[in-house]
Every structure is written in structure tokens, then in C-alpha cells.
Design a binder for this molecule. Structure first.
Ligand code: ADP
Length: 398
């Protein structure tokens, strides 16, 4: 069969993709994973097949300078690789569904315009997510597109968890906590019964620690609270975002330092967090390898906030049965996991130092009251599952 489906995750300078190929009515395989990076600077397309064999690693024409050009470049690479391929549908990661959208939707032009309305709530991601959808509308108008939202998994929170305590008439316009990284948490919740059956139905805190970082409190696999809120600025310290901030700081930036809204936005989204504290890098791996006190302070703050918020979400859950690490830092940094587990030992987390560096799933001792785990996330697969379901295709995708 020559049927394919794509998953796209479009960012400011990269377009990550996953190509699924249909083998039979209900069998799909990953034909390729890759990305176009350096969009607007030095664009390059790299891709591997499911076994890790390199399919592409080439520089692209410098005219690949925006989302539309990246879609064109990807489409022409796909045509060159899988001549005659029929694309059944495209699933997109869209960071913010706003008040209107929680569950994945088949995107129409009208829905796209609604999604553009919430760009100010996620300026770092949403415009690029939507530009990819727009580009597909223009270039491949017959291909159905499914938007999957990072906010969706959190839509069952209690009213009190999502409340923003400002005047009611202000909040009517959608001022509430939403939560993000929902596709990652949804995936983790879906695999816990298999990977960690003893905690899957219990009270679990999942730490999605990547460039963006947050925690999600799960009870019986459902999100009850999360550290990210109205926008993706709240909660933990992130690569370039500060996490929770006294709102008085923002007033000070406007009133005393007389910064413009754009300058404050840039500072909050792109210049703070690990980068702001260290003045060196937004990348945890870099910082862990540096000896400057500023780099160490940035790492200390990252761990401090994570441990503090684990305590807060434990209070929300009324206790904790399991702690799960995922995403770039959570999956790959034994040091950060060790430090967060040690800071959470008062809750009953007893890390097994050997397991923590061995690449196994369970990293706590057998007698640990609260078990700790490393579970790799797979947001693309979650998007694929939603896309399949909305297109009425046979599951499963694995
Ligand atoms: P995103 O998808 O949000 O861009 P990732 O989930 O890929 O982010 O996480 C990126 C972060 O993971 C970076 O800070 C990077 O330094 C960190 N990271 C990746 N590998 C390691 C490692 N071996 N040790 C420490 N940090 C790592």
C-alpha cells in the first residue's frame, strides 16, 4: 500500500516530523522520523528510519526561511523518497486550544482562525504550530488535518485547580489555568499500566523535564493539576522561561524599568530560566558540564523548584505513590533525577543509585515507599493515535 500519515510538530526554527506507512488495514509502521532545523538560518533536513538508519542529512536551500517553505521542502523530500505516496492525514501538535478546544479536532479554516486568537497565550509555539497547518491548507488542501492540543489532557481539572483569582468579569474571557505538555502526560498515563502497573491507578507525579518543564499530578491516570497555567510560563524553571514569578516583578519591569510589552515578553519567554540565571546556556547538559558558580546556581534553582512543586502537588493528591521522570532531562540526566529524588526523600522516595544509571525503568529501591521511574515520552505517537481515531482508521499504531 502507498498510504501514509504524518505527524508534525512545528516550532520557531524547526519542523519535526514522523512518517507512518500503512502496511495493511490495521498495521502501520514508522517509516521515518526527522526534522528540518535551522529554518531561517542554516536549514538542514535530517531523517532516520525506524531502525535508526540515516535516510537524509542534507543542507537545504537558504530560501527555506519560514514555515511555508519548510512544508514545501518536506513535501518534496517525501515525494522523492516515497514516490506516489498518498497522504491520508496529518496530525499536528498545537500547544494551546484556548477555551474552545480540548479534544483533538479536524481543522477547518474557521477553527484555524479561532486558534490564531490564542496566539498571545503561547507566543513561543502557537504561531509556528498554526503556520504549518496554514501551509498544508495552501499546498495540500485535500489532506485532512487534525490538531492535537497540549492543553487537552488537563481539561478535567476541578474548578478550583484552574481558577485565576482575579475579578470575575476579567476571567470571563478565558483567564484560567490550562496546563501544557498534555500529549506527553497522556502518553505516559497510557503506558503506565504496562510499565508500572503498581502505581498506574494511584497518585503519581510526572515530571516532564525538557527545554520546557512542568509537573502533572495524576490520579488514576487522569490529570488533576499541573504546574503550567494560563500560559507556558508558570511553575518550574525552564530553559529560557522563569517559571512561577511574583506578578509584582512584571509591574516593576513595566513601571520602574519602563520596558515595553514586547521587551517583557522576550525576557519572559527567551532570556530567563536557566539561561537568565547562568548567563551561559539554556541547555541542562551544557550547564552540568560547567564549573562556573552561575551555572551551578541555575541547576540548583532548577532542582529546588522541581522539589518544591513536587511537595505542592503531593498536597493536592493527598499523598504520592509514584514519581515518573520523562523528556530530555528527565530521561537522560541521572544527576538531575538523583538530586530531585534526594530532595523528595522526605516523601518516601528512596533512589537506587545503581538503577538510576542503568537505563532501567524503575530507579527506586524495592522498599521505597514511593517508587520512582524513568518512562520515555512519545508525543508523536499520541498525536498519531488521535489522528487515526479522528480519521476513522484502524488502531493500533505502535
Ligand atoms: P524540547 O523537546 O522541549 O526541546 P527536550 O525534551 O528535547 O526539549 O529536552 C531538552 C533538554 O534536555 C536540554 O536542556 C538538554 O540539555 C537536556 N538533555 C538532553 N540530554 C541530556 C543529558 N544527557 N544530560 C542532561 N541533560 C540532557
Amino acid at each position: 500500500m502507498d498510504d501514509y500519515a504524518l505527524v508534525l510538530n512545528a516550532g520557531s526554527s524547526s519542523l519535526k516530523f514522523c512518517v507512518f506507512q500503512r502496511l495493511s488495514e490495521k498495521d502501520w509502521q514508522v517509516a521515518s522520523r526527522g526534522q528540518i532545523e535551522g529554518i531561517g538560518t542554516a536549514p538542514r533536513l535530517s531523517a532516520k528510519d525506524a531502525r535508526g538508519v540515516v535516510l537524509a542529512g542534507n543542507s537545504l536551500d537558504a530560501t527555506v526561511s519560514d514555515g511555508h517553505a519548510a512544508i514545501d521542502a518536506l513535501a518534496s523530500w517525501l515525494r522523492s523518497k516515497w514516490h506516489g505516496a498518498h497522504v491520508l492525514g496529518i496530525g499536528h501538535r498545537v500547544v494551546h486550544g484556548g477555551m474552545r478546544y480540548g479534544q483533538p479536532v479536524l481543522v477547518t479554516r474557521q477553527i484555524l482562525s479561532h486558534l490564531y486568537e490564542v496566539v498571545p497565550l503561547a507566543p513561543l509555539h502557537q504561531p509556528y504550530n498554526l503556520a504549518a497547518i496554514d501551509a498544508v491548507f495552501e499546498r495540500m488542501p485535500d489532506v485532512p488535518q487534525i490538531a492535537c492540543f497540549d492543553t487537552g489532557f488537563h481539561s478535567g481539572h476541578s474548578q478550583v485547580a484552574d481558577l485565576i483569582p482575579l475579578p470575575r468579569n476579567i476571567c470571563k474571557s478565558g483567564l484560567q489555568r490550562y496546563g501544557f505538555h498534555g500529549l506527553s502526560y497522556e502518553y505516559i498515563a497510557s503506558v503506565l499500566p504496562e510499565v508500572a502497573p503498581e502505581i498506574a491507578k494511584g497518585r503519581v507525579i510526572v515530571a516532564h523535564l525538557g527545554s520546557g518543564a512542568s509537573l502533572c499530578a495524576l490520579n488514576d491516570g487522569k490529570s488533576v493539576d499541573s504546574t503550567l497555567g494560563f500560559t507556558a510560563l508558570d511553575g518550574l524553571c525552564m530553559g529560557t522561561r522563569p517559571g512561577a514569578l511574583d506578578p509584582g516583578v512584571v509591574l516593576y519591569l513595566f513601571q520602574s524599568l519602563e520596558l515595553t510589552a514586547k521587551e517583557v515578553e522576550t525576557m519572559l519567554y527567551k532570556q530567563s530560566g536557566l539561561l537568565g540565571i547562568s548567563g551561559i546556556s539554556n541547555d541542562m547538559r551544557d550547564l552540568l558540564g560547567r564549573s562556573e558558580p552561575e551555572a551551578q546556581l541555575a541547576v540548583d534553582y532548577f532542582v529546588y523548584r522541581a522539589a518544591k512543586e513536587i511537595g505542592a502537588l503531593t498536597a493536592v493528591l493527598g499523598g504520592i505513590d509514584g514519581l515518573v521522570f520523562t523528556a530530555g532531562i528527565g530521561e537522560n540526566s541521572p544527576e538531575i533525577r538523583r538530586r530531585i529524588c534526594e530532595a523528595s526523600s522526605w516523601l518516601g522516595v528512596d533512589l537506587d543509585p545503581q538503577a538510576n544509571v542503568s537505563g532501567v525503568s524503575r530507579i527506586s529501591t524495592a522498599q521505597s515507599k514511593v517508587s520512582a521511574w524513568v518512562v520515555p515520552t512519545n508525543e508523536e505517537l499520541m498525536i498519531a493515535r488521535h489522528t487515526w481515531s479522528l480519521l476513522g482508521l484502524m488502531q493500533p499504531v505502535s
